[in-house]
Design a protein around this ligand. Structure first.
Ligand code: FAD
Length: 467
């Protein structure tokens, strides 16, 4: 063990140093297995004081720090480089829930709590913490904050940024900023917490947060609608919003290849229809008051069917069927991973222009690569698409991945033309760090660099990510 690793270990104790080689390798590799680093050490501090001491030592020794939560991020943000000089600081041991307040509707948690643990703690007091991702069993609140995670309920409740009242952050110097306030109103200057949300660990380490809770929905209705085009999806979205108002909690678009992939790799999930269609939307309504949401959704879909907006629909008539319909959506990422690598784009667009974007960009890609398979799904209500491009049948994934720079250029230039963003919810990490330079203005990039320099003058926080 080097002297430096010994000094870090003295802070966290032997139980706070990951020494098993396989465990180190797993934490030094990202979820998609696109990046594999070689860290100097992997530390798991147990308290904010330990995190502070780690960063003080890192500042003294100019050691680069890579903060890490559940390591489910999709842009390589939590993966160190291969220099053998960077230290991973994994927050998973800091998982205390200190206060669940059903009157103020707040919950105070440490950064290493998994999202699922926070959801459960809220449920115990008949409240809802609405962030919901397919990775919720593993991803952690610190990671959710640092990526400004989105997920399936943004339409109704917003992204992680909208769900936070206060933060505790350890700055690169080791100083602790205690901003753990649960206030709904606080106009006393700059909203500092927002700087750290979405910063992907480049400005400091988030150690705890006060989050917002909501009344827990008492009723839900879930349906899958089938139709021909994304244009119809937009018309259906507008129709459901008009008829069901803010009870609309999720509106998820899936193209036919997404469902085919899920059915191939998760054959236990029953097919929703006897035949396949080009496009599907998973729709969820929820309400805190008792009432017949099934009837409301059935009426909305019945009108859509009569008006020729959709071709078919199935309304879940049991909890089992509801979870099967959600499983079709939630397993798309896993099914893609099982099928092999494809070329992914997590993009956002003005909602009304999504159909035009898909039409134009699909056509451009198919001109360049005939028979390419479009695995397109996403949170349509938020304008967020996972616009993924898979190799034509019979073409090896490896050969196809070589086309990634050309395909990224086609897709991201189109996103820019339509006034969108090349990262909707996954962040930039190391994956899109270069790409963003093409689309953000020089003024915006320089403002970001100014913030980085003033908070992390030595550049020890997660170097090589975002900027
Ligand atoms: C199957 C699957 C489905 C997913 N679905 C969604 C989805 O619907 N919506 C969505 O937004 N994302 C989704 N994700 C991506 C991922 O789960 C989120 O980005 C999540 O918020 C990452 O949390 P994490 O704890 O795993 O963070 P990590 O992967 O460990 O880290 C992510 C970034 O945050 C930084 N970081 C982590 N913890 C801290 C901390 N305490 N302080 C400072 N910086 C920190 C890291 O350095 C890194 O840059 C999905 C991922 C998978 C595997």
């Amino acid at each position: 063990m080097s002297d430096l690793v010994e000094r870090f270990t003295a802070i966290v104790g032997p139980q706070g140093l990951v020494s098993d080689a396989a465990a180190v390798q797993a934490l030094a590799t990202d979820w998609r297995k696109r990046y594999a680093g070689a860290p100097l050490a992997v530390l798991k501090p147990a308290t904010v004081e330990e995190v502070s001491a780690i960063l003080r030592l890192a500042t003294e020794t100019r050691t680069a720090i890579v903060p890490q939560g559940g390591n489910t991020g999709l842009c390589g943000g939590a993966t160190p480089d291969t220099s053998g000089q960077q230290v991973i600081v994994n927050l998973s041991r800091m998982r205390r829930v200190s206060n669940v307040d059903a009157i103020g509707n707040t919950i105070s948690v440490e950064a290493g709590c998994t999202l699922a643990e926070v959801q459960r703690a809220a449920e115990e007091v008949d409240r809802l913490f609405p962030l919901s991702l397919a990775s919720e069993g593993s991803c952690e609140i610190g990671g959710n904050l640092s990526t400004n995670a989105g997920g399936v309920h943004v339409l109704r409740y917003g992204t992680m940024r909208d769900l936070v009242l206060g933060l505790q952050v350890v700055l690169p110097s080791g100083e602790i900023w205690d901003g753990l306030r649960g206030l709904r109103k606080d106009n006393t200057g700059y909203d500092l917490k927002q700087l750290f949300i979405g910063a992907e660990g480049t400005l400091g380490i988030i150690t705890a947060a006060v989050l917002k809770l909501f009344p827990k929905p008492k009723t839900k209705a879930i349906a899958l609608a089938a139709f021909d085009t994304p244009q119809e999806a937009l018309a259906l979205l507008a129709h459901v919003q008009s008829t069901c108002g803010d009870r609309l909690t999720a509106f998820e678009l899936m193209s036919a290849p997404c469902l085919a992939l899920v059915r191939k790799h998760f054959a236990q999930i029953p097919p929703p229809f006897e035949r396949s269609y080009s496009q599907y939307a998973l729709i969820e309504l929820s309400d805190c008051a008792q009432g017949d949401l099934d009837e409301m959704l059935q009426d909305a879909l019945g009108d859509a069917l009569d008006g020729g907006l959709i071709r078919d629909a199935v309304l879940a008539d049991s909890l089992r069927q509801a979870s099967d319909l959600w499983a079709l959506r939630e397993n798309i990422s896993e099914a893609q991973a099982a099928e092999g690598k494809n070329i992914k784009h997590d993009i956002s667009l003005p909602v009304a222009s999504i159909a035009d974007f898909i039409r134009d960009t699909d056509a451009e890609l198919k001109r360049a690569y005939p028979h390419v398979r479009m695995v397109v799904f996403g949170h349509l209500g938020d304008g967020n698409l996972h616009y993924n491009v898979s190799a034509p049948e019979g073409v090896a994934n490896g050969d196809f991945l070589r086309e990634q720079p050309i395909i990224n250029r086609i897709v991201h230039d189109a996103v820019h033309r339509f006034g969108g963003s090349i990262s909707a919810e996954h962040g930039l990490g190391q994956y899109k760090r270069e790409e963003i330079l093409r689309y953000k203005s020089a003024v915006e990039m320089e403002l970001m660099r100014t913030l980085k320099r003033s908070l992390d003058p030595l550049g020890i926080m997660n170097p090589g990510k975002v900027l």
